[in-house]
Design a protein around this ligand. Sequence first.
Ligand SMILES: [Zn+2]
Length: 473
Amino acid sequence: MEKAVIYARQSSGSDDYSESVAVQIRNCRHLAEHSKLKVVAVFQDLNVSGKTYPEGWEALASSDHAFQSWFAMQTGSKSSRRGLGELFQTLAGVNYIIVDDITRLYRPLSRSFLEAAVNQYLIERSVRILQVKGGMLDLNQFDQQLITMLKNQINDEQIAKQRQRSIEVLNRLRDSGFMPTGVTAWGLRYLPVRKRIAVDPVKLPVIRYLFDRVDAGDSYNQIVHEVNARWGHLFRTCFWEKSLYQITSRPIYAGYQYNTAGELIKNRQWDGVVSLEQFQRVQEIMAKRREEGACPKGRGHHWMPLSGLLVCGACGSRLVSCVDDGRIAYRCKRGYFRGDNSCRGTRIMVDYDKPKLVGLLQLVRPVLPLGLAGASEGERCLFLGELRKRKMARDVFETLLTRALVRIEVYSGFVRLVPRREGVLLPDVPRFKLGRYTGFARSELARLRRHVRALTERAARTPEAPEKTRASA
Ligand SMILES: [Zn+2]
């Protein structure tokens, strides 16, 4: 199933009418479903103009004079978009960005680089844009699209030339050894005044260590353990194997970058902290290991029914599966790596159907019908059919769980099913006790059933209840 992220934006500006963010997201979700895309994340920005740059692109924004002079005329508005910045950081493996319409992503501003920069960025990563209103935007036919858009929307040939030129400016910058959209590599900073890149001296040893260890042939697991033990505090939650690839695959650490033709060229903003030879050796080692299957990416992540859906209540990390005494359990990987006592006990059995105990899957089942609210007749039939099966398809399970707006937090000794938005569906959050072997007593299951029943009844009685809750009653 191809993956998509949703982006919604709302501005308070008078020239920027749009649906509410909630409606935009709902529209986008419908479209994703209709297009059989799996939504992996939703990003939003509130009260900010579509002419602003994503967070992290400050270098480009500062050299965009059209943007700067427009922004100087604005009163008290935000200069960058955090949500969009985060979205651009999480595009790995994503095929589509879904928006209500393209103006959510960017609004044209004559002579600004933003639109061209965003399009270029997405083309390079083979990410396509899908609009609820307007369908697919084919960025690969960028010139074609540019012309159509200009004819239809702006009707100003002068601007067309300027846009084309801004792409050329960007490409020229890149081909001459500059990073046109700033540096987002871990441990590196961009110094806007001198237009130079600098390394954070505290993080420098970690970067060198990573390249050296991979170069020396150490196992990824070993490296990840060691980094967490020595420098874990430098990372937001934990240093993962994924973080390792993110660092060792970036040539900027060697003072190099890729040009528009995809060739390695010298970056002119700094010299790097590892040698080009070492960087290239590390690429070869990693490619070889990928082939041999050392990288878990190739081996079908998310093969378990709840992979990626559970979070550690103590630290917010995703739980990972492990085999515990011959049975499959989930635990907090961060607790395991960091030896953090607060999450060490975060551990749960997923499928555990014994006479006296049930696993998490059985506990969550009664909540799933809440996710049927708002489903079309056809979907409802399909989902109900799946719900009756003992083993439900993972995507159905996930869709229902997400629609029921439930997030599952696992703590040491208990579990909470938390509503994603306050006031929706599960207003009070009971704890469900985990018993021996980290399963649930059947009485807990009965308690949850009663809770869900009370909720749906209450929703049915409340005339102002949101549409979703009402339909599920
Ligand atoms: Zn944890």
